[in-house]
Design a protein around this ligand. Structure first.
Ligand code: 1GP
Length: 251
């Protein structure tokens, strides 16, 4: 029996392996840039490629997903900023509910509007409790979502939010300081949250160096998502992967 994306995430967690997801924003990548990135991702044994952004301005989602699928066997997971960001060519979709905010549209409203189309896409749906943590400055996600992020030093709010998400049936918890966050999520918050949930914990936002990625894994993150830092320096994929997969000791 083939293993679906969620099962693969769970299996990695169960065996103590950390996952590395590279986030690609279809607005920011060129065809040549994506070619290069896919080759690097294959070499670095990246576990997942996330595709999406808070704002998708161009209409290149299908094109970008297809290019990845043609050149790589790494599962492509949609990380949609809005219900329009659905491509049937991907493997799975993070079905995000912004549980850290109190904007009903992002908790359930947009899901209702897009439910029929999402179901028809045939994509593997992974319900995800999405928690935005204050990253030190307003990010696109905090502005667009019109919802206050969880303060970066309020571990107990993050813990209770994640627990509530899990008890509501969410299969993944994604803590995000926002793309390009000045301050990534603290290890202390990651550790606190990872101890109170059993579902896999995804962490991203403002992770710029392998050491931080390594420390986040050590603190309890099951998957690390990196976008901006790799956009700026694609070669960084190799060191990030080594740190996350524990293939090298980061000093
Ligand atoms: C953003 O978690 C992702 O939603 C990744 O953030 O682009 O800062 O790596 P960066």
């Amino acid at each position: 029996m083939s293993v679906n994306t969620y099962q693969s995430i769970q299996q990695k967690k169960a065996s103590g392996k950390k996952s590395f997801a590279v986030l690609i924003d279809p607005d920011k990548i060129t065809v040549d840039g994506l070619d290069k990135l896919i080759r690097l991702a294959e070499d670095a044994k990246v576990d997942y490629i996330f595709v999406g952004g808070s704002l998708v301005i161009t209409n290149r989602l299908d094109e970008v997903v297809l290019q990845i699928k043609q050149q790589s066997s790494i599962p492509v997971v949609l990380f949609p900023g809005s219900p329009s960001q659905v491509s049937k060519y991907a493997d799975a979709l993070l079905y995000l509910s912004l549980i850290s905010g109190r904007n009903p549209e992002l908790l359930i409203g947009q899901h209702v509007i897009s439910a029929a189309a999402v179901k028809k896409s045939g994509l593997e749906i992974m319900s995800t409790g999405y928690m935005v943590i204050d990253g030190g400055a307003p990010t696109t996600v905090s502005y667009i979502s019109n919802a206050a992020p969880i303060p970066s030093d309020k571990n107990e709010i993050a813990m209770c939010t994640a627990m509530a998400g899990e008890m509501l049936g969410m299969k993944l918890i994604y803590m995000d300081a926002g793309s390009g966050a000045k301050k990534p999520i603290t290890e202390s918050m990651i550790e606190a949250v990872s101890k109170v949930i059993e579902v896999p914990l995804i962490v991203g936002g403002g992770i710029k160096d392998p050491e931080k990625a390594y420390l986040n894994c050590k603190a309890g993150a099951d998957m690390i998502v990196i976008g901006n830092a790799i956009e700026k320096d694609p070669q960084l994929i190799l060191d990030m992967s080594a740190a996350i997969h524990g293939l090298s000791i980061v000093k």
